[in-house]
Design a protein around this ligand. Structure first.
Ligand code: ATP
Length: 399
């Protein structure tokens, strides 16, 4: 059943999810989604694949898209899966939705094992980047579609569609066609169409990816406030670190099919566990090996966030709780509110320093290129990072 289910097909029937009342009473748990040892290998499990997307491995080795992921998403939280292209986040989302079967492991929704349950019997809905709206239907009919499939009476349907459109600030747009809307409005219709079904978990796969930066930033704030309003668990896939930091209660950083770190935005940004996380969620600014020893008096790998570094004169002195390093400004990138200085340290490494342009003009900032400087930072901002073999870490809070 549902062998041809794909993102483009989603509204065509059961995939729009009538929900399963039995799952609503799956027992008391504050864990909305639990993944236990979930693994997905493409190329050697064609029979187990639920999607229509055909792959031809051409005899190539199987691809391990998701590699033994353990994960708990709490009820009512905004949880993001962040990572570079190909790191396995969409595949993980699709397994939670039921569009892909795991090669190994279990998926539980509110305590109930749904690993083998088809998508339309899971109490989840998915919002895709490409909206997947019916172009020939009005906004109202698009939003009502899941309710029609579930045979919800007309009066109730109308009320719920009105509520859902109000939630996404599209009251009065019922009679328009998707083609008469902007990208941001289309995305809001897609969101209303998912919310109208009142799923307990909403899965969002890069839903803002097609929008321009300004609209994306506005929608990030809106999405977060809608999530808080409805209290539904949101699981959000993105490769945009800013987006994940802005919206999430917690996030998981994916790398090569594994979770490299899991925690709150502040934990992950201020205490990156690995070199990969330090570089992906922010600027890597690494000091390693002999350079680390020369500057910090310690061996290992360390990262210092660019905004924690003070750019001063070579004669500036460091306090007892500070570290200093001499260098020269190689490049200056003026960004309006702040400026990025790329500094080549005498000891050998290169660090990026961000300074707010409180009293600096663009001319003054750019004129600093080539200057000798002394960088100073608090020792507490020297963060030790591992090389990434240690597996996922949650809310370590190590300094
Ligand atoms: P993106 O941000 O580019 O969507 P992602 O982190 O979501 O990336 P996935 O789409 O989950 O990554 O892909 C993980 C790996 O699995 C990649 O190497 C990808 O090429 C592979 N993969 C995904 N879907 C299939 C498929 N249907 N057949 C074969 N390989 C696949």
């Amino acid at each position: 059943m549902a062998t041809s289910l794909d993102s483009h097909d989603q509204p065509k029937g059961p995939a729009s999810n009538p929900g399963n009342p039995s799952l609503r009473h799956g027992g008391p748990t504050d864990i909305a989604v639990r993944l236990e040892g979930v693994r997905k290998v493409f190329g050697d499990d064609a029979a187990g694949r639920r999607v229509a997307r055909l792959i031809d491995s051409g005899g190539a080795a199987p691809i391990v898209a998701v590699d033994s992921v353990d994960l708990e998403v709490r009820d009512g939280e905004f949880f993001s899966m962040l990572g570079p292209s190909g790191s396995g986040k969409t595949t993980t989302l699709r397994m939670i939705a039921g569009f892909e079967l795991p090669t190994a492991g279990r998926i539980l929704l509110h305590g109930e094992d749904v690993t083998a349950v088809p998508p339309y019997d899971r109490d989840v809905n998915t919002v895709f980047q490409d909206y997947a709206l019916f172009p020939h239907m009005t906004v109202g009919d698009n939003v009502a579609y899941g309710l029609v499939v579930r045979k919800v009476p007309k009066g109730e349907r109308q009320d719920r569609v009105t509520d859902a459109l109000r939630m996404v600030r599209l009251e009065g747009y019922e009679d328009r066609k998707p083609g008469q809307l902007s990208g941001g409005q289309r995305q809001r219709v897609a969101l209303a169409r998912a919310l109208v079904n009142r799923p307990r978990v909403l899965l969002l796969d890069e839903p803002l990816g097609a929008l321009d930066l300004k609209l994306r930033e506005e929608m990030q704030i809106e999405l977060k406030s809608i999530q808080q309003q409805v209290g539904i668990t949101f699981i959000y896939v993105t490769h945009d670190q800013q987006e994940a930091l802005t919206m999430s209660d917690r996030l998981a950083v994916f790398n090569q099919g594994r979770i490299e770190q899991l925690g709150s935005p502040a934990d992950v940004y201020e205490h990156p566990a690995t070199r990969f996380v330090a570089g992906f969620v922010g600027t890597s600014n690494l000091l390693t090996g002999d350079v680390a020893h020369a500057i910090l008096g310690r061996r290992g790998s360390f990262t210092i966030r660019p905004e924690k570094i003070h750019l001063g004169e070579p004669s500036d002195q460091a306090g007892d709780d500070e570290t200093a390093a001499l260098g020269r400004i190689r490049d200056v990138v003026y960004l309006g509110p702040d400026t990025r200085y790329i500094v080549e340290l005498d000891a050998g490494a290169r660090l990026v320093v961000t300074q707010q342009n409180l009293a600096t003009t663009s001319g003054e900032a750019l004129a600093q290129q080539g200057n000798a400087v002394r960088l100073v930072w608090k020792r507490q901002h020297e963060l030790a990072v591992s090389d990434g073999e240690s597996g996922p870490m949650e809310e370590e809070g190590q300094g």
